[in-house]
Design a protein around this ligand. Sequence first.
Ligand SMILES: Cc1ncc(C[n+]2csc(CCOP(=O)(O)OP(=O)(O)O)c2C)c(N)n1
Ligand SMILES: [Mg+2]
Length: 620
Amino acid sequence: MTNTTRLTVAQALVRFLARQWTERDGVEHRLIAGCMGIFGHGNVAGIGQALAEQGAGTRDPLPYYPARNEQAMVHTAAGYARQSDRLSTLACTSSIGPGATNMVTGAALATINRLPVLLLPGDLFATRVASPVLQELEDPRSYDVSVNDCLRPVSRFWDRVNRPEQLPAALLGAMRVLTDPAETGAVTLALPQDVQAEAYDWPGELFARRVWHVARPVPEPAALARAVELLRGSRRPLIVAGGGVRYSGACAELARFAERHGVPVAETQAGKGALPYDHPCAVGAIGHTGTRAADTLAREADLVVGIGTRFGDFTTASRTLFRQAGFLNVNVAAFDAAKHAAETLVADAREALKALGAAFGDVDWRADPGWTGRAAGLAAAWQAEIDRFYGGTELTQPVVLGVLNEVAAGGVVVNAAGSMPGDLHRLWRASDPGQYHVEYGYSCMGYEIAGGLGAKLAAPEREVFVLVGDGSYLMMAQEIATAVQEGVKLVIVLVDNHGFASIGALSESVGALRLGTAYRRRGPGGRLDGERLPVDLAANAASLGADVLTAADPRTLRAALAKAVASFRTTVVHVETVPGPAPAAEAWWDVPVAEVSGIAEARAARERYDEAKRDQRPYL
Ligand SMILES: Cc1ncc(C[n+]2csc(CCOP(=O)(O)OP(=O)(O)O)c2C)c(N)n1
Ligand SMILES: [Mg+2]
């Protein structure tokens, strides 16, 4: 063979990854912009050596970012991918064993949110000569199983490179899935530690600059005709905009379609900001964490037009929200389009909206003017509600959000779990979807700081505000050290309410008596009702290298945030919130309640549950 280069598998992999690009609408991006990692014996001599051979700086072909926890580094990659509209992501290298299994949660998060991340766990020796190696599972039924098999169900592509010859096909398969808008998610290449270090003569073409064209599939003509028919028969249509609107860059096309046809637009968590909050067709958040405006319309709509949404149970209020509607689903993934026995347009969101516009031609179809007007009235009433919640004088959580929303204009808010996603979904005023980064596919405590780091690495020009509860902070705060290491500035608003406010409230509503949801010492009676835990999160944040400010009321919060914005350093603003008025759920969420119980509250909760469950529909 002519024109070959002798490199190890790991060196070839690193060289290949640095030469992959995506292209969409004529704009190119690095597909793999860098590599996060933590080294152990399963990757240090392979990928570690290959990364070191490049140099050691951020200008390396594949820059290396050491992280503190493997789960967190996958969150960082997912945050990066989301903020890059899925056109660019990071690779993650781990050792074998615990380093690899730590990535399982991050992988699930990426796959559920349809976000590309490339995982490179080390694996057992392909030769098995030294088995069992440190951290080997040893499955007595098969020597072919390793802990990396845990990554199979959470990956959209999974392969183990047992021989150098297998690498090129594995790489091409991995890149294809990462850049396919319908299939994307976590992609895993398990790399036996001996194979990583093995040399091979690679064909030169493997390292050619390669551009992956990110597809914008157009709808099938017959499906388009059926969609137009369905829309023309509708008097009370409602669009449900999901993350697909954002990833496809379909916001302007969506606004045009909604305006022309008088269709109200409601938003899922991933779709929030698809229309600016003050757009005449915007009716805000939908579902269990929805606004009165969107949820009222959802109950009355005769046609739901889902665009780029996976219809999670929060969106459908566990299939109780839509009562009179059929579904028309626009989605690049046939799997999501087909949900709820919908009429489907399997296509890119922007292309589908354009095609619908063209297919209507001169046909003047508009929603019932009464419907459009009612939607605008309900939306305006909700905006007044937001003003009311934002305007309090005490530091309740909605007031914190109000102050932050004012300061954060143009910046990005990052959040994932607790009581904040609901309040944010209902109250946050976003002008574009890039400003709203709430991971609510996996709602994973611990995503916030790590994911925010990814968002900031992807969009350094934007101020990134990480909103994190005390529970989530305690679960995964260590990536503050990574942000400090990289000189990447985050503004972290740490909302401290001394426990799990969200699960506390949920616990009470299902008759579980708030068990274990407040941070308290075990008391003399053996119960968790002792004094508050003496946990000092502000001191903890300072110990990781962040500047720390505290706020005690709306005025000092505003001042602290202004100071954090003006600073070049990662700053944690520690806020102790007080309980107070917060928007209530307008729609149900199915959390099953004990059918028999000695606790009176549980019995009462079960009665309410049985009552609510009657509204659940199969959507067939
Ligand atoms: C990794 C993980 N474990 C458990 C949960 C379930 N859960 C959802 S919210 C929550 C409590 C969050 O507490 P905190 O961050 O303080 O937010 P708060 O509810 O107080 O607003 C828990 C335990 C989760 N979402 N993610
Ligand atoms: Mg809390």
